[in-house]
Ligand binder design. Sequence first.
Ligand SMILES: CC(=O)N[C@H]1[C@@H](OP(=O)(O)OP(=O)(O)OC[C@H]2O[C@@H](n3ccc(=O)[nH]c3=O)[C@H](O)[C@@H]2O)O[C@H](CO)[C@@H](O)[C@@H]1O
Length: 359
Amino acid sequence: MVIACGGTGGHLFPGLAVAEEWTARGGEVLLLISEKKIDQEARRKYPQYRFETVPAIGKPATFSPKMLPFLWKLWRTTGRCGSLLKEFKADAVLGMGGFTSLPPCWAAKRGGLPAFVHDSNALPGKANRLTAKFCRKVFIGMDPARGFFPGKDVVATGTPVRAEMRALPSRKDAAAKFGLDPSRPTLLVTGGSQGARRLNSLVAMAFGDFPKGTQVLHIAGPLDQPRVEEEAAGRDGYRVVGFCDDMPSAYAISDAVLSRSGASSMTELSFLGLPSILVPFPYAADDHQTRNAEVFEKAGAAFLEPEGALDAAKLAARVTSLMSDLQTRDRMAQAARSLAVPDAAARVCDAIEATLSRK
Ligand SMILES: CC(=O)N[C@H]1[C@@H](OP(=O)(O)OP(=O)(O)OC[C@H]2O[C@@H](n3ccc(=O)[nH]c3=O)[C@H](O)[C@@H]2O)O[C@H](CO)[C@@H](O)[C@@H]1O
């Protein structure tokens, strides 16, 4: 199977989770990634898989002068994907979402191969809705996405989670990894794979008013790491990292999480049963992060805090109420777990195998 999973952690990691399941079943995978750093790092971490880099394409506004170059790039990338599918002798193509899924799924359709697309958000993006036109089945991570693919065979699979999340280290080992104290209540702050500048600033400002003894593990994102490190310098119980390549340890030390509401991060929170405060990235396409967060809020798994209405004082109050109330945290953890689909990767592979066996 060819899995197109480039562009961002939210596509890459669920794609790797499917690769783990497909190869465990005796299949082979070719992973199509972009030239971005996060994708290229995956080559190093997963040397057992074959990766090919294809250009990341992003659609400009419909009447923008950039439209013609985009269409040309899309055509050329689709041609290159077609050659890769032939050379790899692919049986199926799975796009994990975003515009990087469009060329391989289109190439599959042109070559007579079954294509599939996975959408992890509550509100599917334009790229996935377009890609779905070339696909036999559409896999969705959250139920509200169901209505966005009229006439398609939509399968609720949940969003796949990497195998490493199934075996977290002990709290003690995880604390040692980040130089933290395992006995202190710990808040994980994460802005998704790209970081979150505004959220970073708010946390740095609010920290002084967090309950006494609270530790913070702050994943600031590679670009903002130096700035946040400077602001947090000298603080007791405050660790800043840029990109975290050991999320299992980060989750293992955490009692609660303050996060953007990207679908993959949220999937991990539900899988691990972690209570959260979600601050959607307000500029995400069609505000899909707010739609994602609403799913968790409605289930009682998270507090939704829109960034526009948030200041340091309000954030400190929210963190204080969560960190000092074990009962609420337990209730939220249970609600988060109830949203998890632990066998999502298996469901995706089952649905693809069922299609292939009918070929
Ligand atoms: C800004 C934006 O539009 N982001 C979108 C992007 O996800 P984006 O990559 O921003 O965020 P997600 O929360 O979906 O995924 C982040 C993934 O990266 C991992 N991680 C994160 C930080 C880190 O230091 N190390 C690490 O490994 C997390 O464990 C998780 O698996 O695609 C998702 C899936 O379509 C969308 O839901 C998000 O809204």
